[in-house]
Design a protein around this ligand. Structure first.
Ligand code: ZN
Length: 114
């Protein structure tokens, strides 16, 4: 049985988020850290520290933003990362495919010179 961390939403805790178990993703020690701060506060602190993986190597393909989005916390993902995670490839493809529109002779000349 897997448990979801109520702070960072990591879905694969091996133990319940209690009894001084520590989330390997956000490092919250349950029963200690969350007796001083709410889960929302701890989540904010984790985000502000960069939302990094805490213990050892993260699982293959792990992505903090996708983890939050899959748990319904997409609004917490910083805007630049919302684009970077899900829009950049498509956006770049469109950008590359968009032809340069020449609107005047001077621009055309610059284009030729370059
Ligand atoms: Zn966590």
């Amino acid at each position: 049985m897997k448990f979801r961390c109520p702070v960072c939403m990591y879905p694969s805790l091996a133990y319940p988020p209690a009894h001084y178990n520590i989330c390997p993703c956000c490092s919250t020690e349950f029963g200690n850290d969350d007796s001083d701060f709410s889960h929302a506060q701890l989540r904010q602190m984790w985000l502000e520290s960069g939302a990094a993986w805490f213990f050892g190597q993260p699982p293959a393909g792990w992505n903090a933003w996708k983890q939050l989005i899959s748990a319904g916390f997409g609004a917490l993902v910083p805007k630049p990362f919302q684009v970077a995670s899900f829009g950049s490839l498509a956006t770049n493809a469109v950008r590359v495919a968009t032809p340069v529109v020449v609107t005047s002779h001077s621009q055309f000349a610059v284009g030729l010179a370059a």
